[in-house]
Design a protein around this ligand. Structure first.
Ligand SMILES: NC(=O)c1ccc[n+]([C@@H]2O[C@H](COP(=O)([O-])OP(=O)(O)OC[C@H]3O[C@@H](n4cnc5c(N)ncnc54)[C@H](O)[C@@H]3O)[C@@H](O)[C@H]2O)c1
Length: 352
């Protein structure tokens, strides 16, 4: 006997991204602000000056990717239970992508799911991580392997937060902006070539264009069945570099920068990009002091490491291949020979 369970999927997960000075935020529920000591030191008072809620508390977790773990999630959940949070309570993420991903994940599982709001404070989280509802933590098997799709209720992007961001972190965010433009929007790329993103009035426009691009991608493919995977341009190579250097030498955006240059080399070998286009992308990365090369000590182990990437758990590697400027392809059919050819150019720093 079969019993049908019919679940109508008519849930509207739409939300708004507000770009500009943080407005007054009024909530008639219990709120917890999840943050870390670095961010709260700079910006908690600013948020509190704008916030009114029925009741609120601050949950502080340790700073760093190393603490993006289930253990930290448990700590957050325990504090929520201590404060008697219920299903109408809400979380606010105040921080970079690490805080945003963890807050969203805690919200997704607390009593089977409560609302959360993103207030991203790094450039990377403002242009990418805070939008699209990917939440989660790392484990010993890899990055972001545990998580859930859980969209925020609202996202508030206030460029003012960037005033305290270290310049390397700022540039790492620019790498993700360049990624969006190369894959999806040639006019945006050409605009970036002329723009000075170190000018804080210009960065607001770049954030808006990036968020619009990400919103377009996510609204077409929320659960990453296809198009959304293109946002991983540069990440397939970049993750291996992050891994090989034990997450200590490069920031995420920096390894993505090198990864994009490597992906461009692959695109050139496949006839999808010409040397002029690849050169323009490299010049843009260099303009913001982003690294564009890496000395591979062993190309065989570099290649093997692709299979540790979660997108390759099925033993196929999917490469995100940029197609000229403004286009992108997902390719799982690229021969090992072609990839090794790209890697060979990077053996012991020949990748310049
Ligand atoms: N969910 C997604 O779609 C998505 C997309 C891209 C990246 N991510 C995740 O985002 C994370 C990386 O995010 P990140 O680059 O923002 O790193 P991060 O959150 O670790 O922040 C970087 C550093 O900057 C500090 N910081 C944050 N805001 C600051 C400010 N205004 N002033 C001074 N210091 C500040 C942080 O405390 C931290 O030390 C990774 O875990 C990655 O997996 C998620």
């Amino acid at each position: 006997m079969n019993i049908d369970i019919r679940l109508k999927r008519e849930i509207d997960n739409s939300y708004q991204v507000h770009l500009g000075e943080l407005p007054a935020l009024k909530f008639d529920t219990k709120i917890a602000i999840v943050t870390n000591p670095t961010v709260s030191g700079f910006h908690l008072d600013y948020l509190l000056s704008k916030l009114s809620a029925k009741e609120f508390c601050v949950i502080t977790v340790e700073d760093g990717e190393n603490f993006k773990t289930l253990a930290t999630i448990e700590k957050v959940l325990n504090e929520m239970f201590e404060h008697k949070f219920n299903r109408s309570s809400m979380l606010i993420a105040l921080g970079g992508g690490v805080i945003g991903d963890m807050t969203g994940f805690a919200a997704s599982i607390y009593q089977r799911g409560i609302d959360f709001v993103q207030i991203p404070t790094t450039l990377l989280s403002q242009v990418d991580a805070s939008v699209g509802g990917k939440t989660g933590v790392n484990n010993s098997y890899g990055k972001n392997l545990i998580g859930a799709f859980h969209q925020p209720k609202d996202v508030y992007i206030d460029p003012y937060f960037l005033s305290t961001l270290p310049s390397r972190e700022y540039a790492a965010g620019i790498a993700e902006i360049i990624k969006m433009a190369v894959c999806f929007d040639k006019a945006f790329f050409e605009w970036l070539e002329e723009a000075d993103l170190n000018d804080r009035s210009v960065i607001k426009e770049a954030i808006a264009k990036s968020v619009q691009t990400k919103a377009m991608v996510v609204s077409q493919d929320e659960k990453e069945k296809g198009l959304r995977a293109a946002l991983n341009y540069g990440h397939t190579f970049g993750h291996v570099i992050e891994n090989e250097t034990a997450y200590t030498q490069y920031l995420h955006g920096e390894s993505v920068s090198i990864g994009m240059v490597m992906a461009n080399e692959l695109a050139m070998r496949l006839g999808k990009m010409n040397a002029d286009e690849a050169g323009r992308i490299k010049r843009l990365l260099v303009k913001y002091d982003l690294p564009v090369t890496y000395a591979i000590s062993n190309i065989d182990s570099f290649y093997e490491a692709f299979f540790l990437d979660k997108k390759s758990l099925d033993s196929n590697i999917t490469f995100i291949v940029p197609e000229h400027l403004g286009g992108v392809q997902l390719r799982s059919d690229i021969s090992k020979e072609i990839v090794m050819d790209v890697l060979k150019a990077y053996v012991e720093s020949k990748g310049e």
